[in-house]
Design a protein around this ligand. Sequence first.
Ligand code: ZN
Length: 135
Amino acid sequence: MIGDFTQAYVIAHEVGHHVQTLLGNSQRVTKMRERAHPLEGNKLSVRLELQADCLAGVWAHKAHRARQILEAGDIEEGLKAAGAIGDDRIQRRTRGQVVPESFTYGSSAQRVQWFRPGLERAHLRLCNAFQGDVG
Ligand SMILES: [Zn+2]
């Protein structure tokens, strides 16, 4: 059963994309994708999605601080949800095989890895998925 925090995480991820638009990241990635090889374009999409996961974590942290919204088990539920919607899990379930080059959201491990720092520490600088290795 989908929990209430899972639903909040999914919405917060989408709001994360809006924040990326306000920051100019979405437009930068769109421009870079136009010039990039399709496989590089996929990697850029993964970075954008992982940053949105991190921003969703920042939201959860801040919302909890302001309104005590988190209940026991919510963090585990959110991390489990992040892990359940990784490209590897989805591809294994729908295609029966995993093709990492075609990932556009990131693996389950990556999604958990990027959601967690936002959730636990809420520093925007931890959400820079455009530098270095994304895990
Ligand atoms: Zn997304």
